[in-house]
Design a protein around this ligand. Sequence first.
Ligand SMILES: [Zn+2]
Length: 169
Amino acid sequence: MRRVSGKVLVLNNNYEPLNISTVRRALRLILLGKAEVIYSYDGELLRAEKVAFPKPSVIRLLRYVKIRREVPLTKKNILKRDNYTCQYCGRRDLPLTIDHVIPKRLGGKDTWENLVCACVYCNNRKGDRTPEQAGMKLLRKPRKPSYFVFITQGIRIPDERWKPFLFLD
Ligand SMILES: [Zn+2]
């Protein structure tokens, strides 16, 4: 089959979103009898050999899979979680660093709850102090992101019908 573009929302058997897949992988799941099509993109047919398939948009696995995926704690992912925004001044147009909210010197750990995106100026100003000691306030409390929210953050949803599954409106 020729290369087809597009994204497919894969739901677990209980309709919870599981991942976003390529059309090719989604079709493989359907052809293997492991998933069913919930929605197809209108009017788009994929041809393989002599058969034409509607291009899937949302599919659902026929068996429940137990997966607990976690977002790896990396500098890149901290920046993404914080939407590339300094968590002290709210600016996005300055060079960004990663700040330990509770400094390492005071026992602060490398965790989702203790690392935030900070611009170089705020990071320098805060120095080796807690936000309270520096008289600075975080825009929001840093948390560990949920896997699915994280992978869909900032992507353009290709089909309105995905939204109820993603709890978006
Ligand atoms: Zn800042």
